[in-house]
Design a protein around this ligand. Structure first.
Ligand SMILES: Cc1ncc(COP(=O)(O)O)c(C=O)c1O
Length: 317
């Protein structure tokens, strides 16, 4: 079901999966803020579980421990694993835990176009998968666009209603909905660009492997790829305890970088009311201090990449 944005996709998928105002929804604290905006729009309460140090995705052990510690009425209604940077979260473990506690799973696949898990494309494993086609994504429209993908016909029908003012049939409104259409122009652009997604992801993977080789001796942590996940490298994210100085060093050489993301959501002013303190989610907090996204896009040339890698290697404190 095409919708207006990735945020809308998550919001409507959560509601279609039965999330009601006041329900708890678990996600990772180092995600993009829109994951949390969507949970809040559904009227639910975001609950953060820390991430694992390698992939920086939701840690299944901590997820299981959290759910085991909650009395049934306060248990979460849904989990939103985020495939951060294009590396799929540990879906086998997360789906098994969710089944044990009868909790829904809605994937935030906004960064994972073309990623695979267990030999299958991301997008068909959970109750629903939510996509953003914001222009910077691996598959980007010319403006905002999003999509909910599900194998469950009831969820599909509910998303269709919710995105169209809650209409079950023309002028028959069964639920309170919203207006969230996938714009026709965006859909047309995406149909053309979709044909190129595989070649673009292949280029991203080839360039990421080249960075891996050139940065093997550099004083930074490189991104990991943990089986059975196949990374689609929406972002190539290294880690350094001297991240800000390294960033400045690269900036002086006209190399643009980004930080995804400098502040974990539980430490953002907007989410103070959730009452998390510094140190509550140490791995995510540590990651946010160290992560740095290097230039990576299918058209990046080998020479440009080598220039970036040598500038990273040259960096000394
Ligand atoms: C992980 C993640 N979730 C959700 C979104 C929201 O998507 P959109 O900007 O299309 O609303 C984004 C992108 O911005 C994202 O990176």
């Amino acid at each position: 079901m095409g919708v207006g944005s990735g945020t809308d996709a998550l919001h409507l998928a959560l509601r279609a999966c039965g999330v009601r105002p006041g329900d708890r929804v678990i996600t990772a604290p180092n995600t993009a803020v829109p994951t949390i905006c969507a949970i809040a729009q559904a009227g639910a309460l975001p609950v953060f579980v820390d991430v694992e140090p390698g992939t920086l995705n939701l840690d299944p052990e901590k997820l299981a421990a959290y759910l085991a510690a909650q009395p049934a009425p306060f248990r979460a209604r849904a989990i939103v694993p985020v495939h951060l940077y294009g590396h799929p979260a540990a879906m086998r473990e997360i789906l098994a835990i969710a089944a044990a506690y009868d909790v829904r799973v809605i994937e935030d696949a906004a960064q994972a176009h073309g990623a695979e898990y267990d030999g299958r494309r991301i997008g068909g494993m959970a109750d629903a998968s939510c996509w953003s086609f914001y222009p910077t994504k691996n598959l980007g429209a010319d403006g905002d666009a999003g999509m909910v993908v599900t194998n469950d016909l009831q969820i599909a029908e509910r998303v269709r209603m919710l995105r169209n003012y809650g209409e079950e049939a023309k002028y028959e409104n069964r639920v309170e909905g919203v207006n969230s259409r996938l714009d026709e122009i965006q859909a047309a652009a995406l149909r053309v660009k979709l044909r190129h997604l595989d070649e673009w992801v292949a280029a991203r993977r080839r360039l990421a492997a080249r960075y891996d080789a050139l940065l093997a001796e550099a004083p930074v942590l490189q991104p990991v790829e943990v089986k059975p996940a196949r990374h689609c490298y929406h972002l190539y994210v290294i880690r350094s305890p001297r991240r800000d100085a390294l960033r400045q060093h690269l900036q002086k050489r006209d190399i643009g970088t980004s930080v995804h993301y400098p502040t974990p959501v539980h430490r953002q002013a907007a989410y103070r009311h959730l009452e998390y303190a510094e140190g509550d989610l140490p791995c995510a907090e540590w990651a946010c201090r160290q992560v740095l996204s290097l230039p990576l896009y299918p058209e990046l040339t080998e020479a440009e990449l080598a220039h970036v890698a040598s500038a990273v290697r040259e960096f000394r404190d």
